[in-house]
Ligand binder design. Structure first.
Ligand code: 5GP
Length: 120
């Protein structure tokens, strides 16, 4: 599957669509999810053109990989969940219901979560 240059996060990265920027560096951008599933729900996306976390892990450079995960820790601290805890989720591919085909991780926190990963 080829990278879709017009996916929503590609358009956010190009500045064609707005987002409430929480953090940005040369490797990553972080902004709140438009439909939050927890009191804190932030998306962290790499700037590189990777379709999913699977694609990212397979093809990104070590610097890009470090950059994304450094950004996660920075953002977790910034939004106040570094100490209280958070869940890091990355949907990858059809079974996960990934809906935007640009690699991203969800930081979810702000309350205690259940453990269910039951099938739909
Ligand atoms: P996925 O389902 O691919 O793991 O997650 C995509 C996430 O992107 C969803 O949680 C959805 O709410 C969020 N999302 C989709 N479009 C936009 C948008 O235009 N702006 C923001 N901030 N979030 C979006």
């Amino acid at each position: 599957m080829a990278y879709d240059e017009n996916n929503i996060f590609a358009r956010i990265l190009r500045g064609e669509l707005p987002c409430k920027k929480l953090y940005e560096d040369e490797f990553a951008l972080a902004f709140p999810d438009i439909m939050p599933q927890a009191p804190i729900h932030v998306l962290v996306i790499p700037k590189g053109k990777y379709i999913s976390i699977e694609d990212f892990g397979a093809s990104a450079t070590p610097a890009e990989i470090a950059g994304l995960f450094r950004a996660v820790s920075t953002v977790a601290k910034q939004v106040g969940v570094a100490e209280t805890g958070f869940r890091l989720i990355s949907n990858s591919g059809p079974d996960s219901r990934q809906s935007v085909p640009h690699c991203h991780v969800h930081i979810l926190g702000g309350h205690q979560m259940g453990i269910s990963l039951a099938p739909a």
